[in-house]
Design a protein around this ligand. Sequence first.
Ligand code: PHE
Length: 455
Amino acid sequence: MGQHKNKLKRIGFSSSFGILAATLGSAVGLGNIWKFPYLTGANGGAGFLLVYLLATLLVGLPVMIAEIALGRQAKANPISAFEALSPKRQPWWLIGAAGMLAAFLILSFYSEVVAWVFAYVVKAISGSILSSDRHVTEAAFNALISDPLQSLLWQWAVLLFIGGILLLGVTKGIEALTKKLMPLLFALLLLLCMVSLTLDKAAEGLAFLFNPDFSKITASVVLTAVGLAFFKLSVGMGTMMTYGSYFRDDQDISLTTLRVMGADLCVSMLAGIAIFPAVFTFGFAPGAGPALVFITIPAVFSQIPMGQLLMVLFFVLAAVAATGAMLSLMEVPVVIFHERFGLSRPRATLLTIVLLAGLGSSCALTNSTLEDFKLFGMTMFDLFDFVSSNILLPAGGIFIALFVGWVWGIDNFRKAVTNQGMLANETTARIVFFLLRYVTPVLVLVVMLKGLKLF
Ligand code: PHE
C-alpha cells in the first residue's frame, strides 16, 4: 500500500474563494433543508435549536478547524494522515477507518433523501403535489416512499449521476456551478420565508422555533443536537480532513471555517422560518419526521403566484446543494480506496458506487419491502442515521479533539492556524486549542454516555 506516493500528485483547490465554495458546498445540503427542520420539529423546537447552536460553537467549530488543520498538514486521506502525524504504533488511523464507515452509512440514507428530491423535481413539474391540503401532500409523499421500485430507481439514478460527475472528472465544473446557484437557493428561501411569515399562524410557528421550552430538552435530545452539529458541518468523519488536504498553505483556516459555519446556520434558519409557520397554519404535525419538508414546502408554494414554477426551481436547487454534500461524502472512501488500496480513481469511484447501491437499497426499501426489517427496533434508514450522527461522528469528534489536544500539540496547531506565524490568529489558536484539549472531548463524552443511556 503505497500510501504516500500520491502525495505530490495531489492537486489542491486553486483559489481562496474556490476553497470557501467547496467547503461550504460540503456543509450546506439536505442537512439544512431536510434534517434540521425535521429534527427541530421532532425534538420540541426552540430548546433543540439552542442546544444545536451551542454545540456548533463549542464542539463543531473547533473540530472543523482541527480537521482542516490536520488534513492540510498531512496532505493525505484521513487514514494515512493520522498515520503520518501520530507516533509509531498508536492506532489513531482507526479514526480514519471509522470515518469511512460513517461515510458509507450516511451516503446510504442520504442518497435516498436526494432521490426523493429528484423525484420531487419531476412531481413538481407535473403539478401533482402543489396543494395546501395536507392530505394531498402527505399522500403524494407516502405514495413515493412506499413504492419500492420508484425508491430504488431514483436512488440508483442519484448514484449514477454523482458517480458520473466523479468519473467524468467534472467535479470542478460542478463546484463552479454550485457556487453560482447557491445564492439563488438563498434568495428563494428568503422569498419562502416572507410568504410563510404572512400566513395565519406564523406567530405560532415562530414561537415554536424561537421560544424555548426547557422541559423538552432531555439527554437524548441533546445528543441528537450534538450529532446534528457534526453532521451539518461535515465533521467527525474525515470529510473536512480530506478537504483540508486540498487547502492552500496561505488559506486562513479559522476564518474560512467561521464563514462556512455562519452561512450554513443562515441557510438552516431560513429553512426553519419557511417551514414552521406553514406547519401550524396548515395543520401539519411538527414531529412528522423525515417527511416534514416534503409535505409542508408544497403548501407554502401553493400560496404564491407562479408557485409551481418556483417549486420546481426549489427542488432543483435543493438537488444542487445536496450534490455538493454528496460529492464531499464520496471523496472520503474514494480517496482511501485510491491512495491506500492502489485503485485508480475511476475504479475507486465505481467500487464506492457499487457498494452504495447495495447498502443503500436497504434504506431505499425502508418504507416498503423492508418495512418490518428492524435492528435494535429501528429500520435500516433510521439505524444508519442514528449510528452515524449519534455515535460515529461524535466519537470521531472526541478522538480528533484528543489527538490535536494531547498528541499533535499546541505548537503544531498554532503554526497551522497562524500559517507559520503569518496570520494574527494567536488568540484564536489558543482558545480553540483549549476547547479541543479539555472542553470538546469531555462535553461530547458526557452527552454521548447520557444520551445513549450508558451512564
Ligand atoms: N453537511 C452535509 C449536509 O448538511 C452532510 C454531510 C455530512 C456531508 C458529513 C459530508 C459529511 O447536508
